[in-house]
Ligand binder design. Structure first.
Ligand code: AMP
Length: 434
């Protein structure tokens, strides 16, 4: 029988690598807490319409990459429904914001999430079909200040702080404004006009987008189309006074806070819901898939899925890519052996197994990291196993059990001592090798 493997584009995360994942997640949670964000967890699958209406029909994500299926009704009272594994989490968060009427609190909502997302992309280094995102959203009714450029600057400053605290060095913040929806409409018209002449020389996708959603032409990855794209008008020239002032206020606040950025007039991002500020943090060490994270403002998203006016701004960072970046940076550190546990308990004979479990329970409750052998093992095997993973071995034979004085061998110094059970936890907690 052919062996079963993880599906193409998905992978297992094993210890000790998962320690790095947990460390990144813990740092992100700690930073978000300092900025007064709370955690939200939304379902992994949603109604397909949520993504087509928000991310956009013409985007690569919706048109090519979603895992969508028709979910058959189980009972007469149910309807069949088209469902999709979430390709991103902002749409789900905004759906939840609307569903739970969070806007009625009048307060700005600051929410973060950590979880898997799914896109049927061509797998390569840093690009998977199941990948993890850490993201956050700041959303609320206009009266909560959700449209303020200060919110944009604060989110970007938080991201700079988070990357610094994760120990990621050498990142670049690419920044642009794609304007309000009115600016976008104006720009779409300019772009559509410019495309009339050049679109026939472009790929078939672009020929279609030139008519249906011209902005998406700018996401095209086909190499032959790039020289043509470079000649197209830029969105900056279509921004009105308000959009220019909003963007200027974002950059003024970033300058004041000392957050460095690159103005990138070609950055439009591959999702339809973005308005005004858009950004990406890139890292040279990642190769072709160089975006650590991306995000932007989405002032019309709530309304596009039937909600109240609720401007917002958010981002999603690729956890897989943070891990790759840190692994490359810390190659020396991460190749070092994982830290050893406090002790390995070796019962001498199966009749001592139950007593060994009790001893392990006592020590673990005292906060020590303990592993437990089996009385069926020979002492030589226990010593070899323990030496690989633990600083000390505790030998539990009939004599030790009766007298309450245990035999402890310290692997670093090679010394063997007798330790009363009442002092065992204290002795095992001491550094080894003495
Ligand atoms: P997006 O939701 O497309 O704006 O992507 C935000 C971030 O998620 C990117 O900057 C990447 O770090 C990460 N990301 C997106 N797609 C993938 C993928 N297929 N595999 C791994 N990470 C991804």
């Amino acid at each position: 029988m052919a062996t079963l493997k993880a599906v193409r584009g998905t992978r297992d995360l094993l210890p000790p690598e998962t320690e790095l994942w947990n460390r990144i997640e813990a740092t992100a949670r700690a930073v978000f807490a300092r900025y007064n964000f709370g955690e939200i967890r939304t379902p992994v699958f949603e109604d397909t319409a949520l993504f087509s209406r928000s991310v956009g029909e013409e985007t690569d994500i919706v048109s090519k990459e979603m895992y969508t299926w028709e979910d058959r009704a189980r009972a007469q009272s149910e309807k069949s429904q088209s469902l999709t594994l979430r390709p991103e989490n902002t749409a789900g968060v905004v759906r939840a914001y609307i569903e739970h009427k969070l806007g009625e609190t009048g307060q700005l909502q600051k929410l973060y999430y950590i979880g898997p997302q799914f896109r049927r992309e061509r797998p390569q280094k840093g690009r998977y079909r199941q990948f993890w995102q850490i993201g956050a959203e700041v959303i609320g009714p206009p009266s909560s200040g959700s449209e303020s450029p200060l919110r944009d600057a604060e989110v970007l400053e938080m991201l700079a702080t988070l990357l610094d605290e994760l120990g990621i060095t050498g990142w670049t913040l690419e920044l642009n404004s794609v304007g309000s929806s009115a600016d976008r409409e104006r720009y779409n018209a300019v772009l559509r006009a410019a495309l009339v002449e050049v679109a026939p020389k472009m790929c078939v996708d672009c020929q279609r987008r030139a008519v249906t959603n011209p902005l998406r032409v700018l996401d095209c990855k086909v190499p032959e189309d790039q020289p043509i794209i470079a000649t197209l008008p830029v969105i900056a020239d279509s921004l009105d006074e308000d959009s220019r002032a909003h963007f200027a206020a974002v950059t003024t606040a970033l300058n004041a806070a000392g957050v460095a950025y690159n103005l990138n007039r070609h950055l439009v991002r591959g999702l339809d819901y973005y308005t005004r500020t858009t950004f990406e943090f890139t890292h040279g060490g990642l190769g072709a898939q160089n975006a650590l994270l991306g995000g932007g403002r989405y002032d019309g998203l709530s309304e596009s899925i039937g909600g109240p006016k609720a401007p917002g701004i958010g981002f999603a960072m690729g956890l897989d890519r943070l891990v790759l970046t840190l692994q490359a940076q810390e190659s020396v550190e991460s190749s070092a052996a994982p830290e050893k546990i406090h002790a390995y308990i070796a019962p001498l004979g199966e009749s001592l197994n139950a007593a060994a479990l009790t001893l392990a329970r006592e020590l673990r409750r005292a906060g020590l990291r303990i592993d437990l052998g089996d009385g069926g093992f020979r002492l030589k095997k226990s010593l070899e196993t323990a030496d690989k993973m633990a600083r000390r071995i505790v030998i539990l034979g009939e004599d030790e059990l009766r007298s309450g004085i245990l035999t402890v061998k310290d692997f670093a110094s090679g010394t063997q001592t007798k330790v009363p059970r009442a002092e065992l936890a204290r002795v095992l907690a001491e550094p080894s090798g003495r």
